[in-house]
Design a binder for this molecule. Structure first.
Ligand SMILES: Cc1cc2nc3c(=O)[nH]c(=O)nc-3n(C[C@H](O)[C@H](O)[C@H](O)COP(=O)(O)OP(=O)(O)OC[C@H]3O[C@@H](n4cnc5c(N)ncnc54)[C@H](O)[C@@H]3O)c2cc1C
Length: 378
């Protein structure tokens, strides 16, 4: 019976990263997929947004005291120099986001090389884990034994890319608490009063969305189900239920614009797509007419373009969510080593934990940072 030094459950971003730092160990790298890093390949529209110029705990929904050690120990600069060392070309885009210049495939190929030492157990879905002197990891076809076990199995979003709830199951087996998981970085459905937005499917433009103390200025995309696009995805991280506020004209002083009593029609004056203005005006029962003809009440109702308040009906669900928020409660995990405080030699890293990042490379940065902290300890 072979006993591996370390079994890693999940050959995704965090599992591959931790394994790359453990070249001197006997590693069993287990994944339910037939290939490693499937989610990395799909990330960032195939270009993988690996990290962000500005990373701090402020970009995460988490216990900041827990997440700060790993994020400071392996920063976005570390991610950049790690990838630079292996000649992976990156490009800096807006909002400080670093993407692969060529393809996300570069990252997966790099991990293949760095993990040549590991024994791969692919197409092996882990069903259960128990501990009897060593860890016994039961997959759908065999039992794998290891001295240490790292759970890097991610959240439950995008089951088509291999996601399962095994991480939460394992955590529960060892007595951990799970913070209720929910889809995040996901589009939001609208209520009946906002159904006019569905007629705008395909249109996108820059908006500012505010939710509680957070606000995001980025693109909003209208879809046949509701609203999506980067600004909405980040908003969804902080939304559970209740209201959000959209400023459809973040760069325009609308009061000043409407103050000039021009003969121009509303739809010609406002720097917004014509289709949007048409639907918006219909939703507030206002006809497109010249600014000079607007009554004070009509001008006031147009102001809602800067301050459109509504409560989304829900979200598009796990099949469309880029991540799962919630997860293994971080109070029960050591912030430096990522070892369970309830079971020695058991570790949790990456998205399976209750640490969820905004859109913009923050989730891969967390996967890498937590993996490196864990590797240093293991
Ligand atoms: C479409 C999409 C695009 C994204 N784009 C970006 C982006 O550009 N930038 C960014 O920062 N983040 C992005 N994310 C989020 C990011 O990919 C994840 O947060 C990150 O991959 C999490 O890393 P992880 O290692 O914790 O989990 P994962 O990368 O999800 O890896 C978990 C692995 O565990 C395996 N697994 C699960 N259950 C089992 C089981 N029972 N048995 C065996 N193996 C199992 C899975 O097959 C998977 O390979 C994106 C997500 C999606 C879905």
């Amino acid at each position: 019976m072979k006993i591996y030094d370390i079994a890693i459950i999940g050959a995704g971003a965090s599992g591959l990263m931790v394994a790359s730092f453990l070249g001197d160990k006997q590693i069993a790298l287990i994944d339910g997929n037939t290939k490693i890093g499937l989610k990395i390949l799909a990330s960032g529209g195939g270009k993988c947004n690996v990290t962000n110029q500005n990373v701090s705990t402020q970009n995460y929904l988490c216990n900041a005291d827990f997440a700060k050690y790993a994020l400071q120990n392996f920063t976005s600069e570390h991610t950049l120099s790690f990838l630079e060392k292996f000649n992976i070309p990156l490009e800096l885009r807006n909002h400080g986001q670093y993407f692969c210049k060529n393809s996300a495939r570069d990252i997966v190929e790099l991990f293949k090389k760095l993990n040549a030492h590991a024994t791969l157990f692919l197409a092996q879905k882990v069903k259960s884990v128990c501990f009897m002197e060593n860890f016994i990891i039961e997959t759908d076809s065999e039992k794998i034994f290891s001295k240490k076990c790292i759970v890097a199995s991610g959240g439950v979003s995008y089951a088509t890319l291999g996601a399962t709830d095994i991480g939460y199951k394992i955590a529960k087996i060892f007595g951990h608490t799970i913070k209720t998981p929910a889809p995040a970085l996901v589009g939001l459905c609208v209520q009946k009063e906002q159904f006019w937005m569905k007629n705008l499917s395909g249109i996108s433009f820059n908006v500012k969305i505010s939710i509680n103390e957070k606000s995001f200025t980025n693109e909003l995309l209208f879809t046949h189900k509701g609203i999506s696009g980067p600004a909405v995805l980040s908003t969804s991280l902080y939304w559970q239920k209740g209201k959000i506020i959209i400023d459809f004209l973040p760069d325009t002083d609308l009061k000043k614009l409407l103050h000039v009593r021009t003969n121009k029609q509303i739809s010609s004056l406002l720097p917004l797509p014509k289709r949007f203005i048409k639907e918006f005006l219909a939703s507030i029962n206002l006809q497109d007419k010249s600014i000079a003809q607007l009554t004070n009440v009509e001008i006031a109702s147009l102001q809602s373009l800067k301050n459109y308040i509504f409560a989304p009906a829900g979200n598009f669900g796990y099949t469309k969510a880029e991540i799962t928020k919630g997860g293994v409660c971080t109070d029960e995990i050591d912030a430096h080593s990522f070892e369970s405080k309830l079971q020695k030699r058991l570790y949790f890293i990456g998205e399976v934990l209750d640490v969820s990042g905004e859109l913009g490379g923050y989730n891969l940065q967390w996967a890498f940072a937590s993996a490196v902290a864990c590797a240093n300890h293991v």
